[in-house]
Ligand binder design. Structure first.
Ligand SMILES: Cc1cc2nc3c(=O)[nH]c(=O)nc-3n(C[C@H](O)[C@H](O)[C@H](O)COP(=O)(O)OP(=O)(O)OC[C@H]3O[C@@H](n4cnc5c(N)ncnc54)[C@H](O)[C@@H]3O)c2cc1C
Length: 341
């Protein structure tokens, strides 16, 4: 039997902590709604964090130019003002309508089950973008036993690599940027890439060549080894098959991410094609109290405009309509934030 939720019923739950979910969470806090955010990734920021943290964005109002990772940091700072519950590393798997605990006989709420817990909420705002991000994995049986025990797919807390020997795998921007950042704190960094050319900015590749990172092209992982925790990697030159053993404590596999709407397609929400959830002009889906905003949405008669600023606007609409639904007599228009005390 499924255990019953121990956490309180919140007003709004955002599924997805990309820019739309983060800004929406702030905005819901501004409207004095209680908020929970769920994201499968271990870090907030959605596509900005997973796909292009070091790219400059030019079309966010008020920021003539801003790095994606800096925009995420600003959004998090703004969002945290109202102390939302941020649940990272959890994938929302099911959505079902259930009676509201302690409510009248006709009152109900939504129950979200993730791979880690069960949560109740009055309204849901889907800010799930292009779906739940999963890291691309190598087809190599020796790797999974070390996930979380030396193997990571995102390098985030650089200080945790201090003084360690690190292997970075990959040839894109993330691999190159992480190798360069880790070189500053780690004892030694080796970067292996299976081809000759990098898919990274020229300036980053030039910085890599000028750095102390031990770069080995045409190299791949043969196997990882260790007693419980990662201790070494056997790598090989894919031109000659010659093997080399590296003593390492950490490996960062920067191989990119794939996204999949996955379970959301099974929640009874009307979709448009494989990628989108249908919404009306209030950002409502066909399920009562379930809204959507950002890259996941398809609005009738409007072409998909998958832009950060569009998500900000849509999630503001969604939150204000969710507010009016949740709070009896609540107005959709919130007034101006500048007039608040
Ligand atoms: C390389 C690149 C450059 C770009 N440059 C720009 C630019 O310059 N300007 C601009 O405006 N836009 C740009 N974009 C587009 C922009 O990044 C997107 O429009 C924006 O990220 C959409 O935000 P979102 O919050 O709607 O979704 P996302 O950023 O996709 O975030 C959705 C989040 O939901 C999570 N999620 C999904 N399903 C689940 C689930 N079942 N359970 C838990 N979590 C889930 C995902 O893990 C993800 O973190 C760029 C995109 C790319 C790929």
């Amino acid at each position: 039997m499924t255990p019953e939720p121990s956490t309180p019923v919140v007003d709004v739950t955002f599924i997805g902590a990309g820019p739309s979910g983060l800004f929406g969470a702030f905005y819901a806090g501004l409207r004095e709604l209680s908020v929970r955010i769920i994201d499968v990734l271990p870090l907030a920021g959605g596509q900005l964090t997973a796909l292009y943290p070091d790219k400059t964005i030019y079309d966010v109002p008020g920021h003539p130019a801003i790095l994606a990772k800096d925009l995420v940091a600003n959004l998090l700072q703004q969002t945290k003002k109202y102390n939302p519950t941020l649940l990272l590393g959890e994938r929302a798997a099911t959505l079902t309508r259930v009676p509201l605990p302690g409510g009248a006989a006709d009152e109900s709420c939504w129950r979200i089950e993730t791979d880690k817990g069960i949560y109740l909420t009055r309204a849901v705002i889907l800010t799930a973008g292009i779906g739940a991000f999963e890291p691309m994995r190598l087809a190599n049986d020796s790797i999974p036993p070390f996930e979380g025990k030396g193997v990571a797919y995102i390098a985030s807390d650089f200080e945790s690599f201090k003084g360690k020997r690190v292997l970075v795998v990959g040839g894109g921007d993330s691999a190159v940027d992480w190798a360069l950042a880790l070189e500053k704190v780690a004892r030694h960094v080796t970067l292996i890439h299976r081809r000759e050319g990098f898919r990274a900015h020229d300036s980053s590749v030039n910085a890599l060549q000028a750095s102390k990172v031990d770069v080995r092209l045409f190299h791949e992982i043969r196997r990882l080894e260790g007693q419980g925790r990662l201790e070494r990697a056997v790598i090989f030159d894919n031109r000659t098959q010659a093997e080399t053993t590296l003593e390492i404590e950490e490996a960062v596999l920067a191989l990119g991410f794939k996204a999949d709407l996955g379970p959301i397609r099974e929640w009874g929400i009307e979709t448009a094609g494989r990628r989108y959830v249908k919404v009306n002009n209030r950002m409502e889906t066909n399920l009562p109290g379930v809204y959507a905003a950002g890259d996941i949405t398809a609005q009738e008669g409007v072409d998909a405009l998958n832009l950060i600023v569009v998500g900000f606007g849509q999630v503001t609409v969604a939150v204000n309509y969710a507010y009016a639904r949740i709070k009896p007599g609540g107005k959709v228009f919130p007034g101006h934030s500048s007039e608040r005390k």
